[in-house]
Design a protein around this ligand. Structure first.
Ligand SMILES: CC(C)(COP(=O)(O)OP(=O)(O)OC[C@H]1O[C@@H](n2cnc3c(N)ncnc32)[C@H](O)[C@@H]1OP(=O)(O)O)[C@@H](O)C(=O)NCCC(=O)NCCS
Length: 204
């Protein structure tokens, strides 16, 4: 889809809130972090999901921002490579963890969150991923097909409210029989590399 088509599809009925969704770049980092602080507060860094993201990069091609026509950053969503335990045969199951999803607080309810979610899950499917897992309000995420049925035997690496532990299969049966702990699997970020001692950074 072209950028122009995307803007047209995301025009608010009164034309006031047009936005475009595109892949995040390094230049978006500062505005994204400020938006997350405004939308979610300091507690966001203590979430169990953070243990699966800390020191890692998002899955290749799966970090998105929504930008207004004036260039302001209005929303963010990223997906992360994780291992969702093992299947019934003991084979590791690859999946994505989605989050955080956040929208500029003054612009809630204008369809930006839904557009980010639809774009992110469609791109994940296009790139061949099998499933997306997240922790969030089922009242919001059920509209995208997320439910708790496939996470019943999975565990987060920290406390989680069971009803908010949700999954969406992008390939039918991808999470069938999966059980065990979610663990990080993503590429390490250079931020993480910087804090490693030099001897560890270059050891083989
Ligand atoms: C949740 C969030 C991303 C939704 O984005 P948004 O752009 O405001 O949402 P949209 O305009 O796309 O969708 C609005 C719809 O979602 C519903 N909705 C929004 N947040 C919801 C929630 N937490 N639970 C249930 N429904 C919710 C609205 O009631 C509205 O429903 P309707 O379409 O039936 O009227 C945004 O409110 C946000 O940034 N919240 C703070 C951060 C956060 O909580 N992130 C998600 C963690 S679960």
């Amino acid at each position: 889809m072209s950028a122009v088509e995307f803007i047209e599809q995301n025009l608010h009925p009164d034309g006031s809130q047009a936005f475009i969704i595109r892949n995040e770049t390094a230049l978006d980092e500062r505005a994204r972090e400020a938006l997350l602080d405004r939308a979610m507060g300091e507690g966001r860094r203590r979430k169990s999901s953070e243990k699966l993201r800390r020191g890692r990069l998002p899955s290749e091609g799966l970090a998105f921002v929504a930008r207004g026509i004036n260039g302001a950053l209005l929303g963010t969503v990223r997906l992360w490579d994780i291992q969702a335990g093992h299947d019934a045969a003991g084979k590791p199951v690859r999946a994505l963890l989605l989050g955080p999803l956040a929208v500029e607080p003054s612009l809630k309810g204008k369809g930006i969150g839904v557009a980010l979610m639809r774009h992110a899950t469609a791109e994940a499917a296009r790139l061949g991923h099998g499933a997306v897992i997240l922790v969030g309000d089922p009242e919001y995420y059920e509209r995208f097909g997320f439910s708790g049925t496939k996470t019943a035997d999975l565990a987060m690496p920290g406390p989680v409210e069971r009803r908010r532990f949700l999954a969406l299969e992008l390939k039918a049966g991808h999470l069938e029989g999966c059980h065990g702990l979610l663990t990080p699997r993503g590429r390490r970020s250079s931020h993480a590399m910087r804090v490693l001692p030099v001897s560890l950074r270059f050891s083989r």
